[in-house]
Design a protein around this ligand. Structure first.
Ligand SMILES: *Cc1c(COP(=O)(O)O)cnc(C)c1O
Length: 438
């Protein structure tokens, strides 16, 4: 169906099925007419295609799901009301009933809090590694109970990149799936499934939406992983919800859905039971937002690179964290190699920098920026600034903040679509003001 830019506009939508509306309509209907008892019975048994009730599936949401699945190179997807709805559902679905997960310490704050302190309450434990590319360390942590390795393709705010190709090959040799949060990279810059990941999750609130105007999340399944092993007993036990008692046909998720067992359970158990369903209006905004993803992100990567290069020359900046700079330098080392081989389009619009100064001076930079909005979000058309240690990573323990470089003098930027010279001038005057140079 064409290249990325073409799919971003056309995937999942057939105008003739929607009164020939050129732009996809918004279906706010909670329920759908079942037409007749035979069709109602078939829809409820899952043997006919169609919509019955919007907590399980809705045409506007379905378009968005199909579009993102296409852009990620996956076989199917389930959208949620927020990124955390998607992250939590994917992790619980893989590890429910006492499973074990392996993850790095540099996860998004709420994901970190979930795995470190909350999911243990549900019997799910996590082992954390300092570096997700340290396969020897990961190998030593694998147990018969390990259900997944979870990481972010590009971590926030360090922009540390994951070598998904090596990680997936290693995990698959142990019969374990890899789940990648691809929020920062977006599918335009990086497609984890292409490099071997089994499941991709997103906060679609960020780059995919692109305008900071709708919360959302999504789980995308590559459709490749074999869930029939005893490691995934919950997907292999007979359940009424996927069976047909009237016809006396009994199924497990695996016997009914095969390689789609995981994504089927995400929808039938997690979306339907916990009900973190996206509003059709939000899915509509995100379907429109993703139409311009490629052009937005291309421009933002260019601007973010120029800002990172400017910051490297500023005497008050101690460190700049933007792994994408490896595409513009001779830089050596593991991270530079991964960026050049797997992230050749860039790593995204988020970068961070540590000042050579005090927390008070970092605060003054935030106070003096005029174009950068002080907001805990990323991927917006407008540029944003935040102090992660106090805001976005507040729920992360001091130990883990230290391990991942989230210090009191670190500032994170999400680069928007304003003019690059205006943004650099704004940062420059704010840094000078913070250091009493005006
Ligand atoms: C924002 C974010 C989330 C959570 O998404 P919400 O839409 O805010 O629930 C998860 N992972 C990453 C990497 C994020 O940036």
């Amino acid at each position: 169906m064409g290249h990325f830019e073409t799919q971003a506009i056309h995937a999942g939508y057939e105008p003739s099925e929607h009164g020939y509306a050129a732009v996809p309509p918004i279906y706010l209907s909670a329920a759908f007419d079942l037409a007749n008892p035979a069709r109602g019975d078939a829809l409820s048994a899952g043997t006919a295609d169609g919509f019955a009730y919007s907590r399980v599936a809705n045409p506007t949401v379905s378009l968005f799901e199909q579009r993102i699945a296409a852009l990620e190179g996956g076989s199917s997807a389930v959208a949620f009301a927020s990124g955390m709805g998607a992250v939590s559902s994917a992790l619980l679905c893989v590890a429910e009933g006492g499973g074990h997960i392996i993850a790095p310490k540099n996860l998004y704050g709420a994901s970190m809090d979930a795995l470190e302190t909350f999911f243990p309450q549900f019997g799910i434990t996590t082992s954390f590694v300092d570096d997700i590319n340290d396969l020897a360390h990961i190998g030593a942590l694998i147990t018969p109970n390990t259900r997944a390795i979870f990481a972010e393709s590009v971590a926030n705010p360090s922009t540390h990149v994951t070598d998904v190709a090596s990680l997936a090959q290693f995990a698959h040799a142990h019969g374990i799936p890899v789940i990648i949060d691809n929020t920062l990279a977006t599918p335009y810059l990086y497609q984890p499934i292409h490099w071997g990941a089994d499941i991709v999750v997103h906060s679609t609130t960020k780059g995919i939406s692109g305008h900071g105007n709708a919360l959302g999340g999504i789980v995308v399944d590559a459709g490749n992983f074999d869930w029939s092993s005893t490691r995934f007993a919950h997907l292999n036990q007979t359940e009424l919800v996927v069976s047909d008692e009237y016809a006396d046909e009994w199924h497990s998720f695996v016997s009914r859905y095969g390689k789609d067992a995981f994504i089927a359970r995400v929808r039938i158990k997690y979306l339907r039971t916990f009900g973190a369903v996206p509003s059709p209006f939000s899915s509509y905004l995100q379907s429109v937002g993703v139409e311009t993803l490629a052009v937005r992100v291309r421009e933002q990567v260019r601007t973010a690179t120029a800002i990172a290069q400017y910051l490297q020359t500023n005497p008050h900046v101690r460190n700049v964290y933007y792994s994408g700079l490896a595409l513009h330098s001779q830089g050596k080392g593991e991270q530079a190699r991964i960026v050049r081989t797997q992230y050749s389009r860039g790593i995204g619009q988020v970068l961070s920098f540590e000042i050579q100064g005090t927390r008070e001076q970092a605060v003054r930079i935030i106070e003096h920026t005029q174009l950068f909005a002080y907001a805990p979000n990323i991927g917006d058309a407008r540029s944003l600034i935040v102090d992660p240690a106090r805001i976005t990573h507040r729920e992360v323990s001091a130990e883990f903040r230290k391990a991942t470089g989230v210090t009191d003098t670190l500032l994170r930027l999400s680069v928007g679509l304003e003019d690059v010279n205006d943004l650099i001038a704004d940062l420059d005057q704010a840094i000078r003001a913070a250091f009493d140079e005006v």
